[in-house]
Design a protein around this ligand. Sequence first.
Ligand SMILES: Nc1ncnc2c1ncn2[C@@H]1O[C@H](COP(=O)(O)OP(=O)(O)OP(=O)(O)O)[C@@H](O)[C@H]1O
Ligand SMILES: [Mg+2]
Length: 304
Amino acid sequence: MINQTQDGLSVVLDLAEGLDGLTAGGIGATGRPMPNFPQPPALTSHGPARIIAMCNQKGGVGKTTSTINLGAALAEYGRRVLLVDFDPQGALSVGLGINPHELDKTVYSLLMDRSTNVRQVIRPTNVKDVELLPANIDLSAAEVQLVGEVAREQVLSRVLRPVLDDYDVVLIDCQPSLGLLTVNALTVAHGVVIPLECEFFALRGVALLVETIEKVKDRLNPGLEIDGILATMFDPRTLHSREVVARVVEAFGDQVFHTVIGRTVKFPDASVAAEPITTYAASHAGAYAYRLLARELIARGDAA
Ligand SMILES: Nc1ncnc2c1ncn2[C@@H]1O[C@H](COP(=O)(O)OP(=O)(O)OP(=O)(O)O)[C@@H](O)[C@H]1O
Ligand SMILES: [Mg+2]
């Protein structure tokens, strides 16, 4: 349970106790009163998917980790999830136990060759109700090859369209750049989640990202919205982490998720095991944090 006197540390620790113990009104790690995000109602039917781009051109901020773990948490709540690896590094594919170098067909094949069928490229994962559209280093050529295409920003939209009714949520793991691949992700997305690492330069570059999102919204995708800014690698024991979160809230207000993701070695450990933390360490605070994020997204209406 959370009460008014608790600080961010106790809130993060309390998450390990179970989400159903959360009550509204306590002060959360972002310094604002923590709403209650209820257990999401079960879905009686599935699709069409809401598409969310996990996006920040800064490297190593938790995009891939958040894609895997938010996806797994949404699936625990009965949502059908497609994860799209849209980074030539293939970290999302590796993080789900797939060796990207052995892949014959990837998202790159779909972008380049209209005769490839998306359903033949999507693969099951070891996580129930989570499927993957994998990528590998081949995708690095797409940026250049797509430049001459007609409607080059809409290629990913064309690729995903046939399967949107099969899923409730599609999460796109973007590469750390604002190039044409990321613009494709923003063009097909309904929402953007911006993971921000809680460190000193976290906000550097966010203005440029927001400007890019605005341009895509203006010219290509009028429905696009920022679903939220997600503070990651938060260490409640350091004043520094808390100051960074306070500055992010000052700059972005209600766009900042109440849920913050703590810094813990369990995340890299889970990646090595090629599992989401929700199965690797199901009752760890990190697993609860992504479950809470899933609840917050659903409560906000940003996921089914
Ligand atoms: N909350 C966390 N606590 C500790 N380590 C984390 C956390 N989240 C991610 N990491 C680790 O930080 C590193 C970078 O995370 P991740 O790969 O998710 O970032 P990314 O934004 O996808 O990076 P890139 O821009 O290179 O694609 C990884 O080693 C990951 O295991
Ligand atoms: Mg990544």
